[in-house]
Write a protein that binds this ligand. Structure first.
Ligand code: SF4
Length: 659
């Protein structure tokens, strides 16, 4: 049976495509078990859009001239080499994609490092990089610890800053199966989400107060001796520091900060602790803050105090895009080699170098995706090669990104559509869509799955891996003579001990392969001493607090029928119809004060600019405004970064007026 991996979210559903009718059916096996959400069901609509790029294009003045693949790749390679000659390899940066395959991400980071730079990053930086940093520190591995199937067997599910009913609808099946077994569902968010409709406990907190709530829950767990003493003593370090730090976060103090009644905090802490097993699932509501890393650490502390790791629990940083986990694992991050191995790990680095036919690779951390724009403004970065990303819309405060893109000596965009970013490009390369090529993808639970080609590449487009292999050869880099994509798969298999014995054929048939193992940390943690770290974290204020001028807090949310910057879903008529018009949610009291009624046009303004949208009254607490992030929201979001390089998309001071 030929299946493709859904091109949308990181849950990783597989689709069976009827070639004649272009119809989609859900794959009956793992992970989607015969289910799909509307995005998967209508995944082919954008592939047939008349807006697809047909052939390579070169900008000449204000027009775009078609050219052959040979000319395009030859000219791009010459310009990249010239820039390297003049300014050094770090004057060039590459943006990989969470939508392209493992093989394609692997090739792009291989090109970057062999070219001489670690300036390779992808949009994981914008979503779960804070989770990676926190997980690496606490448990030693920056990934989800358990498979989805474990969720249905745990007795409690704590869902924090994450709205699976909209973002990963199929995972709700696992959560609801647990609920039917009697598991308690606890949801923490800054607004009333769809997921809350299924919850036993609904905690609507004030934005930016997650650490206070998590520490207050830890305060109750420790104070009432509900923690797993044997686990804490035997398998963790840092308990006494955490105990001391959370002492002051009493439920009463937390009530005054978070808005959650002290008694509710106690009840939730007891329920979660006494459940005996539990999953913690989180999303961008935790990570897209200046306190993103610390938010995640505070929540991981709860799992470690209760021993909810391995058989008794799991940590689930639910990934956004279908291959964001794969992009990161394949090494498309500026601070890690493949497998999240630090650049400073000389043994592994030299092993990778030798596999690629060179002595060594660059060791200095490259620029984060979110640092590129300033580097261009400073004149340090001259060329940018972007595959399948749209930073002119997806980056916080995107006006400065667009300004920077105009300053580049060379901008290459490889994509399936003329995206907003592609409009600034000197060269535009047409890529094939997900169902027009072969390759592997890794979902949020680290399951690698094969996606088959079910139709021919559109017009003169090419699979991204073929384009990148051509570029590697044109740049004179060693080892880019691949006869087929399977040779790249086999090459990356050689980097990971768990995959060395596995075959590409095995991957092509069946329900995929887990990397590294199905369940992590069952016996020991991947830290140097095998023990997990409880890390004491204190409250960190958002970067941009509300004031008289901007008295409200703006946050961004996702919609089920829509996806990221909308390039695919806005070209899918069925999804556009399902979605309706986007609305800005505003609290009843704020609306009354501002004279706003349901359906009115409003202007939402932050220090960076303003956008217009119709209002929907209700669904958020007083003082909060929530807008879907798919529609130019990033014109006004905050670019303040946390230590993992993720912007504070979820908290900007704003004002709203009726138009
Ligand atoms: Fe695709 Fe995610 Fe929907 Fe599954 S849940 S069909 S992977 S968008």
């Amino acid at each position: 049976m030929k299946t493709v991996v859904c091109p949308y979210c990181g849950f990783g559903c597989r689709l069976i495509i009827d070639r004649d009718g272009w119809k989609v059916k859900p794959y009956p096996g793992e992970p989607n078990r015969g289910k799909l959400c509307p995005k998967g069901l209508y995944a082919l609509e954008f592939v047939r859009s008349k807006d697809r790029l047909k052939r390579p294009l070169k900008r000449e003045g204000s027009s775009l001239r078609p050219l052959s693949w040979g000319q395009a790749i030859g000219e791009i390679a010459n310009e990249l080499l010239e820039i390297r000659e003049l300014y050094g390899p770090d004057a060039v940066a590459f943006i990989a994609s969470s939508k392209i395959s493992n093989e394609e991400n692997y090739l792009l980071q291989k090109i970057a490092r062999l070219f001489g730079t670690n300036n390779i990053d992808n949009c994981a930086r914008l979503c779960h990089e804070a989770s990676v940093h926190a997980l690496k520190l606490a448990v030693g591995t920056g990934a989800q610890t358990n498979p989805y199937e474990d969720i249905e067997n745990f007795n409690a599910v704590l869902i924090w800053g994450y709205n699976p009913a909209e973002t990963h609808p199929v995972v709700m099946d696992y959560i609801l199966k647990a609920k039917r077994r009697g598991a308690k569902i606890i949801v923490v968010d800054v607004r009333e989400t769809r997921t809350m409709a299924f919850a036993d406990y609904r905690l609507v907190i004030k934005p930016g107060t997650d650490i206070v709530l998590a520490n207050a829950i830890a305060n109750v767990i420790i104070g009432e001796e509900l923690y797993d003493e044997e686990f804490v003593k035997g398998r963790t370090r840092g308990f006494s520091e955490v105990r001391m730090a959370v002492m002051k976060y009493t439920p009463e103090y937390a009530e005054s900060v978070t808005g959650i009644p002290a008694e509710a905090i106690r009840e939730v802490a007891r329920t979660f602790a006494l459940a005996g097993s539990g999953a913690i699932m989180w999303g961008m509501g935790l990570t897209q803050h200046v306190s993103g890393v610390e938010n995640v650490l505070a929540v991981i502390n709860l799992a470690l105090l209760l021993g909810y790791i391995g058989e008794k629990g799991g940590l689930y940083p639910m990934r956004g895009q279908n291959n964001v986990q794969g992009a990161a694992y394949m090494g498309a991050l500026s601070e890690f080699l493949p497998g999240y191995v630090p650049l400073t790990d000389e043994r592994f680095r030299k092993r990778v170098a030798s596999l690629w036919g060179v002595d060594d690779l660059p060791t200095e951390r490259g620029l984060y995706l979110t640092e590129l724009w300033e580097a261009i403004e400073r004149g340090d970065l001259k060329a940018l090669y972007i595959v399948g990303e749209n930073p002119a819309v997806s980056e916080a405060d995107f006006t400065r990104v667009r300004r920077a893109l105009r300053k580049l000596d060379l901008l290459v965009v490889q994509d399936i559509f003329m995206t907003r970013t592609a409009r600034y490009a000197h060269y535009i390369l047409p890529a094939s869509a997900f169902c027009e090529k072969e390759g592997s993808y890794m979902n949020s639970e680290r399951r690698i799955q094969w996606s088959h080609r079910v139709c021919e590449p559109y017009a003169d487009s090419k699979p991204d891996w073929e384009i990148l292999a051509m570029l590697g050869r044109a740049l004179g880099l060693p080892g880019f003579t691949y006869a087929g994509v399977e040779e790249i798969t086999a090459e990356y298999f050689r980097l990971f001990p768990e995959l060395e014995e596995r075959s590409v054929d095995e991957l092509k048939n069946g329900d995929g392969i887990f990397l590294p193992r199905k369940r992590l940390h069952t016996w020991e943690f991947a830290t140097p001493d095998g023990k997990a770290r409880l890390v004491a974290v204190e409250r960190i204020s958002p970067w941009e607090g509300p004031n008289e001028e901007f008295p409200l807090v703006l946050t961004t949310v996702r919609l089920m029928s829509h996806y990221n910057t909308g390039e695919m879903t806005l070209r899918s008529p069925s999804l556009v119809k399902l979605m309706g018009e986007p609305r800005a949610l505003i609290n009843e009291r704020d609306a009354e004060r501002l004279g706003i009624r349901d359906g009115d046009w409003v202007e939402i303004e932050t220090r960076r600019g303003r956008i217009r949208m119709r209002a929907k009254v209700g669904g958020v607490p007083e003082g909060v405004v929530a807008i879907p992030f798919h529609f130019k929201a990033n014109r006004i979001t905050s670019p303040a970064l946390n230590k993992a390089g993720t912007p504070e998309f979820k908290f900007s001071a704003c004002r709203v007026r009726k138009m």
